[in-house]
Design a protein around this ligand. Structure first.
Ligand SMILES: Cc1cc2nc3c(=O)[nH]c(=O)nc-3n(C[C@H](O)[C@H](O)[C@H](O)COP(=O)(O)OP(=O)(O)OC[C@H]3O[C@@H](n4cnc5c(N)ncnc54)[C@H](O)[C@@H]3O)c2cc1C
Length: 361
């Protein structure tokens, strides 16, 4: 049996960043990942936006860790050569009623400590995004984009440099509580860990049950994208969002670090945690949301894009749950890093700092 200080379940950005932060504190740490490579679930099925931290209710972990995480992520990307761009974003209003909502959003962002937010008029929009239809917008200069796949690779490399060991193709299959920690069972080996971090994303509820931790449910919520065809990519320069709705930030436009333009994600709760492609929306379902942002887009300008599945801690009847990052209330050998939906990519390094603190406390 292998003995280790800390075992992290899940090698998405949450688990990888947490393992790196834990190793940096001088503890031995390994990451169990069921897939053959890290990052294959939600961490590489997202918009790749580095959020400024505008939307989240004041005082929540999402509000605090997105602002803190954004600063850390820009530093990390610069240091480890992860492709990224601090391109700024426009949240647009289409009429006077929506203009009022922009003001509310700005106040929330200001309260959260988001820097540089500005209500701007059509003349400002004309300079940044001339093809976008809007009467006014909220300009967020600190929002950006990152290449999520390269971020995963850099977290893996820098974690390994700090001493974290990643075990791909290693699924946690069961666990027993011991006197001084947890005994973890995988198909190949048994690992004894003093502390276990649950960073299992969509499967965090199943993993928590296996560990004898708190009972909760993850509600999978799929988001689908289409892309602009290459000849239309010049219509968009950076990030353009509508006003947010109950289950997401709204179908938005993202110019990726590679120059593609994605439109999405939709929001649809589903039973399965691993079904990215079944019953995909037809491309024509995106024409209307696309035209709300880009007036001249036609069906021929769009083609099918990717999809991702949000690991939500709340059912469709509710609209908000905070990240669940805490020492487990049932099992003191477990630290939860669960319910890490958006802005989880942005926040990963700040989440990691909090997880490492909970592990060592
Ligand atoms: C459509 C969409 C758009 C998004 N856009 C953004 C955005 O623009 N900006 C932003 O900040 N955030 C965004 N997010 C959120 C962000 O992608 C997530 O918060 C983040 O990737 C969560 O990372 P994670 O490591 O917690 O989960 P995951 O990446 O899902 O990693 C969990 C890992 O645990 C592993 N695992 C599960 N069970 C086991 C087991 N039993 N044994 C071993 N391993 C196991 C899985 O294989 C997986 O690799 C978006 C999410 C979605 C779905």
């Amino acid at each position: 049996m292998t003995r280790i200080d800390v075992a992290v379940i899940g090698a998405g950005v949450t688990g990888l960043a947490s393992a790196r932060a834990i190793a940096a504190r001088g503890l031995s740490v390994c990451v169990l990942e069921r897939h053959p490579r890290p990052g294959l679930d939600t961490s590489t099925h997202n918009s790749g936006v580095i959020h400024a931290g505008i939307y989240y209710p004041a005082g929540t972990l999402k509000a605090r860790l997105s602002v803190e995480g954004r600063h850390l992520l820009y530093e990390f990307c610069a240091r480890y050569n992860v492709p990224h761009r601090r391109c700024g974003k426009l949240i647009v209003a289409h009429d006077e009623g929506e203009r009022h909502q922009l003001e509310t959003l700005k106040r929330r962002g200001d309260d959260n400590g988001v820097e540089g937010l500005e209500l701007v008029d059509r003349a400002f929009i004309d300079v940044r995004e001339p093809a976008v239809s809007a009467v006014a917008a909220l300009w967020s200069p600190e929002t950006g984009v990152v290449n999520a796949e390269e971020l995963v690779k850099a977290l893996l490399r820098s974690g390994a440099d700090a001493g974290a060991i990643v075990l791909p193709g290693t699924r946690l299959a069961g666990a027993d509580r011991a006197r001084d920690g947890m005994v973890l069972r995988t198909e190949r080996e048994t690992i004894q860990a003093s502390v276990v971090v649950n960073a299992a994303g969509l499967y965090a509820d199943d993993v928590s049950a296996m560990l004898g931790g708190e009972t909760f449910k993850i509600y999978p919520c799929r988001g689908e994208y289409v892309e602009l065809i290459p000849s239309k990519r010049t219509l968009v320069n950076a990030l353009v969002y509508p006003l947010p709705h109950a289950h997401g930030l709204g179908v938005h436009l993202v110019k990726t670090t590679g120059g593609e333009v994605w439109l999405g994600p939709t929001a649809s709760f589903q039973a399965r945690k691993d079904d990215y492609e079944g019953d995909r929306l037809p491309v024509k379902a995106f024409v209307e949301p696309a035209r709300r942002l880009l007036r001249d887009v036609t069906l021929e300008d769009l083609r099918l894009g990717g999809s991702g599945i949000r690991a939500k801690l709340h059912p469709p009847s509710e609209s908000f749950a905070d990240f669940m990052i805490r020492r487990d209330r049932e099992n003191p050998f477990v630290v939860q890093a669960s319910g890490i939906e958006s802005p989880g990519l942005t926040s990963c390094l700040a989440v990691a700092g909090l997880v490492a603190q909970l592990v060592t406390d």
